[in-house]
Design a protein around this ligand. Structure first.
Ligand code: PLP
Length: 388
């Protein structure tokens, strides 16, 4: 950890400085990409650099991004993974058979679908709680001899439910359960769950952390480097779900502009949410930055400086009318994912299975950093025919 951390620099400075790297060989101020998959030993058979033995998970290109992420989340350590799902799967692999986990009833569909199938195979019992009500975690834990892990995603993708992290931690810790928060959507710029008592944070670093829609990566950050953390590191070492060196390098490069991208995209999202809420072609806007959102007060207490770049809205019309709105957009691209510099829109009803209950008239908007007037003008012309 750099000396800057002790001086409590702002997050904007932490990411821009990226652990204050200066290459000792060349004086370069950006790190090289270390592509070597193995490392030489000396004539006494010791590694020349004891941190580096074999490149499955020993790679200096990961380490700088991990240090920056740990600093951003105010955790003790971080590990990079090949994708967000690889990070999440690794956490579940550390649970033994007979474990009990408590998950929200509304969350990123990829996690809910994978956990359903994996936990069934691995003899791990899942109970669900109301994603918008931390109190319901206690009910979901009732009846289990012990609960190993409580999962939170807030604001949750794509229904934007808000969960009170501090209250969830209180309930889970009273029963000795670990709390994991998927912090992909808000990013550590707006939300730092470890400071609210959560034990672990996971990220799809594919999203805002990298920010350019050109890297698949994931991360786990821990509040404490305890026994469970050793298990996670050992699982990554053994199973090898690591990113490539180039991806890790690109992620670090993307993170250096994280604070300006996240702030601009969040400002845009707030303005777009305000605009959509006043539009007669829109039935409802789901964005915690709006006073009308049921989670607004909790979000305002636990988020700082903004509410993130993701929002959803319900169009006045059926599935066909909703798809047609997306189809009329010129600037905003119809595609999955979020957190890039470019604004994307997605009709989740077309891609999620019916059991998730995502409304047919919902459009999810992953807001980018374009000029907000251009984005609003594009949305305005696409919604216009619905007002006729
Ligand atoms: N968590 C959230 C909230 C996501 O939105 C996603 C992907 O969309 C993931 C996790 C999975 O990340 P990845 O696509 O990097 O595997």
């Amino acid at each position: 950890m750099s000396s800057y951390t002790q001086k409590k620099l702002s997050q904007a400075t932490l990411v821009a400085k990226a652990d204050d790297y200066i290459d000792t060989t060349t004086g370069g101020i950006t790190p090289p990409i270390i592509t070597s998959t193995t490392y030489a030993r000396d004539d006494r058979y010791n590694s020349i650099n004891e941190a580096n033995v074999y490149g499955r998970d020993d790679n200096p290109s990961f380490v700088q991004a991990e240090v920056v992420l740990a600093e951003l989340e105010q955790g003790e350590a971080a590990l990079l993974f090949a994708s967000g799902m690889a990070a999440i799967a690794t956490l579940f692999y550390t649970l033994g058979s007979g474990s009990h986990v408590v998950l929200p009833d509304s969350m990123y569909w990829g996690v809910s679908s994978w956990t359903r199938s994996y936990c069934d195979r691995a003899d791990i019992r899942i109970s669900y709680y109301d994603a918008a009500n931390a109190e319901s975690i206690a009910t979901a834990m009732e009846g289990a001899a012990r609960t190993d892990m409580v999962w939170i995603e807030t604001p949750a993708n794509p229904m934007m439910h808000v969960c009170d992290i501090a209250r969830a931690v209180e309930i889970a810790h009273a029963a000795d359960a670990k709390v994991v928060v998927d912090n992909t959507t808000p990013t550590p710029i707006f939300s730092q769950p470890l400071t609210l008592g959560a034990d672990l944070v996971v990220h799809s670093a594919t999203k805002t952390l990298n920010g350019h829609s050109d890297v698949l990566a994931g991360a786990i950050v821990t509040r404490e480097t305890d026994e469970h953390w050793d298990k996670i590191a050992s699982e990554r070492h053994g199973a090898g779900a690591v990113p490539g060196a180039f991806e890790a390098w690109l992620l670090l490069r993307g993170m250096r502009t994280l604070s300006v991208r996240a702030e601009r995209a969040s400002d845009n999202a707030q303005k777009i949410a305000d605009y959509l809420e006043a539009n007669a072609a829109v039935a409802q806007v789901l964005y915690p930055g709006l006073a009308s959102h049921p989670g607004h007060v909790v979000a305002s207490n636990q988020m700082h400086g903004g509410y993130g770049s993701l929002l959803s809205f319900l169009v006045v019309g059926d599935a066909d009318a909703t798809v047609a709105v997306a189809g009329r957009l010129n600037l905003i691209v119809s595609a999955t994912s979020l957190g890039g510099v470019e604004t994307l829109i997605e009709h989740r009803f077309s891609v999620e299975p019916p059991e998730t209950g995502v409304p047919e008239n919902l459009l999810r908007l992953a807001v980018g950093i374009e000029h907000v007037d251009d984005l609003i003008a594009d949305l305005d012309q696409a919604l216009m025919p619905l007002k006729a």
